[in-house]
Design a protein around this ligand. Sequence first.
Ligand SMILES: Cc1cc2nc3c(=O)[nH]c(=O)nc-3n(C[C@H](O)[C@H](O)[C@H](O)COP(=O)(O)OP(=O)(O)OC[C@H]3O[C@@H](n4cnc5c(N)ncnc54)[C@H](O)[C@@H]3O)c2cc1C
Length: 562
Amino acid sequence: MLRRTSSLLLRRCYSTSGATAATQKREKIVILGSGWGAVSLLKGIDPAKFDITVVSPRNYFLMTALLPGVSVGTVEGRSIVEPIRRLLPGTKHPEESRFYEASAVDVDPLTKTLTCRDMSPVTNSLPEFTLAYDRLVVSVGAPFNTYGAPGVEQHAYRVKEVEDALAVRGRLIDMLETAALPGASVEERRDMCAVVVVGGGPIGVSMAAEIYDFLSQDVPKLYPELTGVPSVTIVHSNDHILNVYDERISKFAEDKFRRDNIRMLKGRYVREVFPRELWTNSRKTGECVKVPFGLCVWATGLGINAFTRQLQDRLGHAERRAVAVDKFLRVRGAAGIYALGDCADVKEGTQLADSARQLFERADVDGSGSVDEEELRVLLIALQGTHPQVTPFLQQKGWTVKGLMTRAARNRHRRNAVAEGMPAVSRDACKAEVPAHGDTSPTALTLADAGSEQHETEAGAGADNGDGGGGEGGGADGLRLSYEDFQAVAGARADDGDGGGGGGDDLRLSYEEFQEALVGVDVRATSHPATAQVAAQQGVYLARVFNASAGLPLGVGGSELE
Ligand SMILES: Cc1cc2nc3c(=O)[nH]c(=O)nc-3n(C[C@H](O)[C@H](O)[C@H](O)COP(=O)(O)OP(=O)(O)OC[C@H]3O[C@@H](n4cnc5c(N)ncnc54)[C@H](O)[C@@H]3O)c2cc1C
């Protein structure tokens, strides 16, 4: 009996110390948050390689896309959450990963120490504790931005969590029940049953749509006396709702809202929110409109999480809405810290100006040591697929592939003609010079880089009609960028040439001017949209990178990722 007990004890001691040794060998990774980004990382990370700790004030994952349904009662709150402890990898061996219900409040990137605090109503005598990490992943999301409008905190409802959605539901029911009481005047009922949603982005639009469905379909059955009384208004700062998406999506949503009598107040910002009305000003004219409501839902753009701001302070980053990360999701200037999802802003590494020298050489296909408009245009069109900031620049210039081949041919012909002392050929004559698709000239090869079927078709169309499109007009003058024009668009300093009356000369950019022009294009770089999809994809990516780079030395240079 004694022997059996001691052998059992020995086995337990052995397995515990074995696990501890394994735990010590694995890199310590701390993941902040229990949302889309954190959970998709958690699902992919290999617990055999990492000692995983998750810290979040919320001990469950939340399917945010279904929150609008919870706010009108079509979806049950419990059905859109999943306990985070169930999602921890290696649950059969609790020593492999753990969860702490707390908020990260500070980080010391030099000593790689994180400070956390239990913010819940029930705390022990030491609510603050520290954690050491080898890699820290910040996925703390972002709150809605109030843009400093007074009264938002007190009088508007923001839907981020299940309890927020339930609060909206409670308010909706209360306003309907109150409106159904005897004694309310027609105006009172109308104002009481008015719902205002501030923000015409995806969240605002889905909230407005869910609430509209509830008010128009369920309310007439439950409150026949209120049939036709409720209304929904959406206030948006841009001239179109869903303006971050393709124009067709935006138009579709606006047409649908118009048919449903959802009022859209566009091009307006909210000046102040009061208990039963808000004041909104036109961005163009300043004209103020007062909008009475029974319920105001605030669903504007995103602000900054308190921990993200603290991290920025620690690292001396310029204050931005989100923490700046490179394309590998590494926080700038902090070895071992990564950020993803709504709290991260991926910009670095996608900037054209960072690779100005290589791009200049690539653009300068005729090897003249300068880049003319045609070359710049070919380069930017080819870069569209990988650098989204190029598209708004091209759109503003009206630069498309259409007609580019024609112009390329015409330009080459003109240059040859000038070189040979012949008069430049007319526009019509150029039609015969359009290169075939199989052309192996530098221009054609660069275009092929873009590799888009659409581009080829458009180039073909341009060849057919010989029209440059984009409203620039034809002829050599149409090819020129004026100084003001280029400066306005790209912030570039352009040289007007030798001033010797060379009206037909193309604009030519030296390397320095080209570099400045790229900075002007980069200004248009936008962040990834703050969506669950982006956060989840980043989590999957980071898990793959981590699994592949476990145990490799980390550095700001981050060779482990490249
Ligand atoms: C109502 C609504 C509807 C939406 N609908 C859609 C949709 O249909 N499609 C879509 O793609 N996107 C949708 N979104 C957007 C999507 O939810 C977010 O883009 C996504 O949740 C971002 O994921 P994340 O991991 O960055 O942050 P979140 O999912 O917000 O998670 C942040 C986590 O960090 C935790 N946290 C906060 N502070 C700290 C701290 N100091 N320390 C530790 N943890 C902290 C939070 O508790 C939370 O667990 C919707 C959002 C809302 C609010």
